[in-house]
Design a binder for this molecule. Structure first.
Ligand SMILES: *Cc1c(COP(=O)(O)O)cnc(C)c1O
Length: 413
């Protein structure tokens, strides 16, 4: 499938008059439409809620848009909780799915009325130490270990993941929580990342539904919500098929009707998607500022791995479009590089693209989630701006670029 951009060269020229490159640009209309599709896919489940994984795109304007579309927020740190509070998102609109959790984080989560999701059985005591009681509604994270397989294909390796409790531990945790005053519990698991198969959620859901039946039968603590967490992927490559959220929702419904309904259980479902909610609806806009012809052909751009870490960190593919040259033949092979003194600072290696000239805008696709959020300051690089493309076609700055003053703010000379 041909990957298309949501912004034109003319728009980029106009926006860059006031907002210099590089910047991350987000498509508000597409974010809203996608959130509506997610809610529609799970509309059969009374009480369904998507808790957007704040870590993917921790920007108040983005959080506000998703909240307006009925989403809650999934947090895992103190400042993510503070962000929600500042945006006016509180109470059960926050899922606190942390791990290795500091005491003060538990305390703020409790103050905000968030649903607390315990990563480990020992966190029951940590929570008691932090807030002095066990909330009536609480959640536990499950990790079955081993490999997570769908039709004999290994999707991921939960046995190697630091998260969650074993089955024996989660059963035990339910008993302890009940004794300590819990009236209802939720269960949560995140067993595979960036899956584009429509079978991930249904397969995971079936496992969690069976576990929920077992926990409720054995401990008498009602399991009232089940959290499928994140992991639904996006097609970064042009040849990848996108996940079909309507089919995913229907697959989960089938598992629900086959496992929970016969057990007489009524359970609210939730998800904590980050990538699926934002990934395709953001891009990194950067400008070609150098060309270099040595042992290879290089195009140097004004963004670097500090603006988008995924290619350097995971060797991740991000599609690149040269704005205004969408229909030109890709007959030039380039490495597209940033300016870090690190040889992995390359957005693309041996990529076939149209001839690039200095001053061209390069659009790096699918940076809406885990893009700007993973930014860092190595080499004294300053984090870029974030810009919202609004439904009327105008751009709004939703985070200014850092200045040297920001970089120096924590230093003492
Ligand atoms: C990262 C994370 C998510 C979101 O994952 P995506 O792959 O972006 O969907 C959800 N929940 C938890 C607990 C996470 O750590």
């Amino acid at each position: 499938m041909k990957k298309t951009t949501f912004v034109t060269l003319e728009q980029l020229r106009a926006f860059s008059q006031t907002i210099p490159t590089p910047f991350h640009l987000y498509d508000e209309q597409a974010i809203r439409e996608n959130a509506r599709r997610v809610n529609q896919a799970f509309a059969w489940n009374k009480g369904f809620k998507e808790y957007f994984a704040v870590k993917a795109t921790p920007n108040p304007s983005i959080m506000q848009i998703l909240h307006e579309e009925g989403c809650g927020m999934d947090c895992s740190s103190l400042t993510e909780l503070m962000l929600c509070d500042r945006v006016g998102i509180r109470g059960e609109d926050i899922m606190f799915s942390s791990n290795d959790t500091p005491k003060q984080d538990f305390q703020l989560a409790e103050q905000l009325g968030a649903i607390i999701n315990l990563d480990d059985i020992t966190h029951i005591q940590s929570l008691l130490d932090a807030i002095g009681y066990i909330p009536e509604k609480i959640s536990c994270r499950y990790n079955p270990g081993g490999n997570f397989e769908i039709s004999n294909t290994i999707m991921d390796t939960p046995g190697e993941a630091k998260y969650g409790m074993t089955k024996a531990q989660i059963m035990q945790a339910a008993k302890i929580l009940k004794e300590r005053g819990a009236k209802e519990m939720g269960i949560h698991a995140f067993l595979a990342s960036n899956t584009t198969t429509n079978d991930y959620y249904p397969t995971l859901a079936r496992q969690l539904f069976s576990l929920a039946v077992e926990i409720q039968r054995e401990t008498g603590l009602p399991v009232t919500f089940i959290n499928l967490s994140g992991g639904v992927g996006i097609p970064y490559r042009p040849d990848q098929e996108p996940a079909d959220i309507m089919k995913i929702g229907a697959g989960v419904q089938r598992a629900y009707e086959e496992v929970l309904t016969p057990a007489g259980m009524e359970v609210k479902l939730c998800t904590e998607m980050g990538r699926f909610m934002l990934g395709p609806y953001g891009c990194l806009v950067t400008k070609a500022i150098h060309e270099k012809h040595t042992h290879k052909e290089y195009i140097g751009v004004d963004a670097c791995a500090c603006d988008l870490m995924r290619p350097a960190m995971y060797g991740a593919y991000h599609h690149i479009t040269v704005a205004g040259k969408e229909d030109e033949i890709c007959d030039h092979m380039y490495d597209i590089v940033g300016s870090l003194c690190e040889n992995n600072d390359k957005f693309a290696i041996n990529r076939m693209l149209p001839k690039i000239d200095k001053g061209d805008f390069l659009i790096i696709h699918d940076t809406g989630a885990h893009g700007h959020a993973m930014g860092y300051n190595y080499n004294g690089k300053l984090r870029s701006a974030e810009v919202l493309l609004q439904p009327d076609g105008t751009a709004r700055l939703i985070r200014r670029a850092e200045t040297p003053e920001d970089y120096f703010a924590t230093l003492d000379f």
